[in-house]
Design a protein around this ligand. Structure first.
Ligand code: ATP
Length: 251
């Protein structure tokens, strides 16, 4: 499988003098969903901002489909969609207009747009709200607009920062099912989340960050194995592994 996201020896932070993330390495291939996990302040969002090209690394390389941001800004940025933790929408645009805008930005042809937009509105129970301006949407509905826009664009790489906050259980289920679908269609997904009991069942591999460094990575089995070396207790879930690795070794 082709590598979509390649991160090599990435270090960076908010000031040139102080690194927040240190020597990160990761590869995400087509059809893979990776869970980025770690305590508050571990550096997940900072890592994501570097991958998005919103922050300049102190050191290291990030490529999407083999291209760096410097080599081709437009190609790089059109290769991913980003769903931030807090929805960012245009207050005066309707749900439908947001979807149309995304379709235009990502060059989705008109027929495909109409079909996909209808499906997404239905799946996320937003058909009745299609004409509502975003200022009049609930928090979870705003998050759904961001998610539907990302799914509509169908890029090579989805970067999703803590997507479950604010979504109702039906929305969470629709999101996860759709992510599995885009993954099977060949997209790569990097998703940060604290909802370990959910991501445990969906991600192919995990990356655990602590103080800006990767402290464990691999499949669920790999994570459990690595964590059990830090604990006297039975480590059977991702949450156990998280406690064992990040809570002073007590699972
Ligand atoms: P959370 O789970 O709480 O979202 P996170 O793993 O995403 O946490 P980051 O937001 O990447 O953590 O924060 C990593 C470190 O960077 C923290 O020490 C934080 O205080 C610092 N930091 C975050 N944003 C900024 C900023 N804009 N300027 C300076 N330091 C920042």
């Amino acid at each position: 499988m082709k590598t979509v996201l390649h991160v090599e020896q990435l270090s960076g932070g908010y000031s040139p003098k102080r690194a927040i993330i240190h020597d990160l390495n990761m590869d995400i291939k087509e059809g893979e969903m990776i869970g980025l996990i770690g305590v508050n302040g571990a550096g997940k969002s900072t890592t994501i901002k570097h991958i998005l090209g919103l922050m300049t690394p102190h050191r290291g390389v990030v490529t999407i489909n083999g291209t760096t941001l410097e080599e081709d800004v437009e190609l790089y940025r059109s290769s991913y969609t980003y769903v931030p933790e807090t929805p960012i929408l245009f207050d005066e645009l309707t749900v439908e207009e947001h979807l149309r805008l995304t379709a235009m930005a990502y060059g989705v042809p008109q027929e495909q747009f109409s079909q996909r937009a209808e499906q997404l509105l239905e799946r996320f129970h937003m058909t009745k709200k299609r004409k509502a301006i975003s200022a009049h949407l609930s928090k979870g509905m705003k998050q759904k607009v961001m998610i539907m826009s990302a799914l509509l664009a169908k890029p090579s790489l989805f970067i999703i920062d803590e997507p479950f906050l604010g979504l109702d259980p039906l929305g969470i289920r629709s999101l996860l099912e759709d992510l599995v679908e885009v993954k099977h269609a060949g997209s790569a997904i990097l998703m940060s989340s604290h909802i370990l009991s959910t991501v445990e069942h969906y991600c192919d591999r995990f990356m655990m960050l602590d103080q800006g460094r990767i402290v464990a990575q691999g499949t669920l089995q790999d994570m459990l194995q690595q964590a059990s070396q830090h604990s006297q207790q039975n480590v059977t879930t991702l949450e156990d592994a998280f406690y064992a690795m990040l809570n002073g070794g007590e699972a």
